[in-house]
Design a protein around this ligand. Structure first.
Ligand code: KG4
Ligand code: ZN
Length: 332
């Protein structure tokens, strides 16, 4: 089964062709990063207008690279939530138009579900239960999956998402946009133990909180709380260590609580080199199976949507022309 995946939830216009949920025939991503850099963040109206300009060329390019035509496509999968509503609508309208014209089944995919399934592209053999950690610009969710497409939310952020914290801390440190990769690079030259930033104590909860940490970085960068002489590389490394500590602690706690042996980490922050190192070490020590996508599949793409969509289409789902688009919609 060849699935056409479409993703436009934020500032990437993406289309992919995926065979049987595993084989990526083409995966085209057009990033709007340069367009939003001057604003230090994503401007929703600019993002949706750019998607309108870009979606057809991106689709054409995906078909060209896969050597497929629309006649070869067996089903369409599109992100319908969560995200910027104007951006989502461009992808959903395009996907519906293709499905309607070609009389194809179409399924709506939750963006966070897509991130988790980015791991199944290479590992379709995965055994459930599985513990998913989705860490992106908008979410930090710990999700238990007992079977395909079933989600139980165990923990989430109470304020800033992990990626958002990276972006804001980078701004405080003058490291530029987007913040995640900038902190990752700076931290390689820093000492993670030079400055110890606070870790939120939320008792037994599996939730996260990063806003206090963000404020601590701001204050230290401005010379308060003993700061003033710090190297920005050390502050970046100290901040990154605190975020990774929080993500790892809760993930391991949840895995133990639920007796889960498979971890699937995903989302833009899963590209972080220190996170990848610490999760790999911890998984090996505890004999857990760690799934984490290659860097190109951590950030937003449509192959992950095509993969998740495959599992929905394969079990006979067809959401037709009537499904809606939501800026906020939790998994499950
Ligand atoms: O999944 P994603 O591409 O988009 C959303 O669904 O939000 O994630 C984007 C987020 C941004 O906040 C970005 O700064 C962060 O992922 N990110 C990183 C790294 N690469 C991207 N964070 C930390 N380290 C990285 N190497
Ligand atoms: Zn994402």
């Amino acid at each position: 089964m060849i699935v056409l995946g479409i993703e436009t939830s934020c500032d990437e216009t993406a289309a992919a062709l995926v065979r049987d949920g595993t084989e990526i025939l083409a995966n085209v991503v057009a990033s709007q990063e340069d367009l939003h850099r001057a604003f230090g963040g994503i401007v929703p109206e600019i993002a949706s207008r750019k998607h309108i300009e870009t979606i057809n060329p991106v689709l054409d390019e995906a078909l060209r690279r896969s050597s497929c035509s629309l006649e070869d496509v067996d089903g369409v999968a599109v992100t319908n939530a969560p995200g910027l509503i104007g951006s989502l609508l461009v992808g959903v309208s395009t996907a519906k138009a293709i499905a309607f014209a070609r009389k194809l089944p179409i399924v709506a995919v939750n963006h966070l579900e897509g991130h988790i399934y980015s791991n199944l592209l290479a590992h379709p053999d995965v055994r459930f239960p599985l513990l998913g950690l989705v860490v992106s610009g908008g979410h930090s969710d710990l999700v238990l999956m007992r079977e395909h497409l079933c989600y139980e939310l165990l923990g989430q952020t109470r304020d800033d998402a992990a990626g958002e914290a990276f972006d804001k801390a980078a701004r405080a440190l003058g490291l530029g946009y987007p913040g995640g990769p900038a902190i990752d690079t700076a931290a390689r030259e820093g000492d993670p133990h030079a400055v110890r930033f606070p870790r939120a104590d939320l008792g037994d909860s599996l939730d996260f909180s990063f806003s206090g940490l963000k404020t601590a970085v701001y204050r230290r960068a401005q010379g308060f709380d003993g700061g003033g002489r710090d190297r920005s590389e050390d502050l970046a490394a100290g901040f990154q260590e605190a975020v990774v500590d929080a993500l790892l602690t809760n993930t391991l706690h949840a895995a133990e609580q639920q007796g889960v042996k498979v971890l699937a980490v995903a989302g833009g922050v899963a590209a972080n080199s220190r996170l990848r190192e610490r999760f790999a070490e911890a998984a090996e020590q505890r004999s857990l199976r760690l799934l984490i996508p290659p860097l190109s599949l951590c950030t937003d793409n449509a192959a992950m949507i095509g993969c998740a969509g495959y599992y929905r289409l394969h079990r006979g789902e067809n959401h037709g022309m009537e499904f809606d688009t939501y800026s906020v919609k939790p998994l499950g």
